[in-house]
Ligand binder design. Structure first.
Ligand code: CMC
Length: 430
């Protein structure tokens, strides 16, 4: 007999179906609750609400497990290229050697962007934030590819849009970097792999065609992108699904995801972490002072890079990144005093009852910024790198939402405003 949940409301008992996921997670299906009882559920911040079933990513926050399509993140990060993991996330299976070559070739056909996009930089104020630029540019792709606006296009055409977006994202990210520095653009070189091409467009110089990204940097970048590739129903992925559920096109949905990621509580935390570590360093390196600030409820300061909505034991990505961080700094011979502060802060927090009781551990953003800095990226560019890594995940979430034919997202609310009252004409208002 299939399991049921019973709910008693106003003396009446109702049965609700129970859903079990492939890893044994349980949910009560409340889809018919309002029809049956007149009640809705209330869950601010969706802390306990499953918005969808999904076959892309599994994570267990208590055990610190993260798997994409059944494969452990540790194995993927140690053995794959970013495009291999992207293929897995997008298609559900690891590619064969031929499938990967074909996927890479298709992407390299679309790496150029329309020259018109360059003109957008004239409109952006000097020094404007790269994430605002990125979301505007990705959104504008829908104007260059108006057929993408049609929600009923054949699947082959949708797949072309997906390839196009995967291909143009590194080019656009590199453009943002170049324009910020006032340097001429380096065009994509399609003989290079995805990550090397991105690094060459970013750090290469038109005047020096011989530039080639250091394999140590390519390796670290590959790993970082893989570690960010998907993270199930987080704020930005949910945003992509919500926006896409209105049948908005892929570019607009991803642009919305980029904006959600920008926030300091989400992907924007990697920039905030580095700025916080700089502040602590400039303030004399007193780690204890900042731990106390984070614990003080009257102080809005939070320890950035600590805590996670889902991970309550450790963030498996942070473990891998911490090791990669040590390796990269070692290989590049970088001695960053910020790393020392980060390590002290981590140690102090992990031994402090406030953080232990609340299960607050370093998350993915805590160490990634230190690596990005060692690789030569400016602080406000860090979240762009998160977005570049997260792209396949967002796309897969958008595709799954479509192919599962999910209805438009439209939560309900409990109204707490004024009761009905008679209208008062302007002259009679006090
Ligand atoms: N520093 C100090 N206290 C914290 C922190 C922190 N970083 N994070 C949570 N707390 C406290 C919070 O004040 C609350 O305490 P109390 O129970 O006494 O009121 C308790 O811990 C629970 O916090 P919450 O805000 O209810 O937890 P949440 O699940 O709503 O928020 C979070 C999760 C990630 C937004 C939060 O931990 C945070 O703001 N962290 C800092 C920002 C950050 O690093 N974000 C990156 C997340 S990982 C990358 C990604 O996937 O986006």
């Amino acid at each position: 007999m299939s399991e049921k949940a019973k709910i008693i409301l106003e003396g009446n008992e109702f049965e609700l179906p129970v859903i079990t996921g492939s890893e044994g997670e349980k949910a009560i299906d409340i889809g018919k609750l309002r029809d049956l009882t007149g009640y809705i559920t209330l869950d601010s911040g969706f802390k306990n609400t499953g918005a969808t079933t999904s076959g892309i990513t599994f994570l267990d926050g208590e055990l610190g497990i993260l798997r994409h399509r059944g494969y452990d993140i540790e194995d993927l990060a140690a053995n794959c290229s970013f495009l291999e993991v992207s293929y897995l996330i997008l298609n559900g299976e690891l590619p064969t050697a031929e499938q990967l070559v074909e996927f890479e070739a298709k992407i390299s056909e679309h790496t150029l962007v329309n020259e018109g996009l360059e003109a957008m930089f004239k409109a952006f104020p000097t020094g404007s934030h790269p994430m605002g630029q990125l979301s505007s540019m990705i959104s504008s792709l829908s104007l260059y590819y108006p057929k993408s606006l049609d929600p009923n296009r054949p699947e082959e055409a949708v797949k072309r849009t997906i390839i196009r977006l995967m291909a143009k994202m590194p080019t656009i990210c590199a453009m943002i970097y170049k324009k910020r520095h006032g340097h001429p653009l380096v065009y994509p070189n399609n003989k290079l792999d995805y990550v090397t091409n991105f690094l060459n467009m970013t750090f290469g110089q038109v005047a020096d065609p011989s530039y080639m990204a250091d394999p140590v940097i390519v390796d670290a970048m590959n790993k970082l992108l893989i570690l960010h590739a998907d993270h199930e129903q987080n704020c930005s992925a949910s945003t992509v699904r919500v926006v896409g559920s209105s049948q908005a096109n892929l570019y607009s949905s991803i642009s919305a995801g980029i904006n959600a990621l920008w926030g300091p509580l989400h992907g924007g935390a990697n920039q905030e972490v580095l700025e916080m570590l700089e502040d602590i360093k400039n303030d004399g390196g007193d780690v204890e002072k900042y731990i106390n600030k984070a614990k003080d409820k009257n102080d809005p300061f939070r320890l950035m890079g600590f805590g996670h909505r889902v991970y309550k034991n450790f963030d498996p990505r942070a473990k891998i990144i911490k090791k990669a961080c040590d390796d990269v700094l070692d290989k590049l011979g970088v001695n960053d005093p910020i790393l020392e502060i980060a390590k002290k802060l981590e140690e102090a927090a992990l031994n402090d009852p406030y953080f232990i009781e609340r299960k607050l551990f370093p998350n993915v953003d805590f160490y990634s910024g230190i690596i990005y800095r060692a690789l030569g990226f400016p602080t406000d560019f860090f979240t762009v790198l998160f977005a570049l890594g997260r792209l396949p995940g967002w796309i897969a979430q958008w595709q799954e939402m479509r192919t599962d034919k999910q209805p438009i997202a439209r939560p309900r609310q409990i109204y707490t405003g004024a009761a009905p009252r008679p209208f008062v004409r302007m002259n009679d208002r006090a």
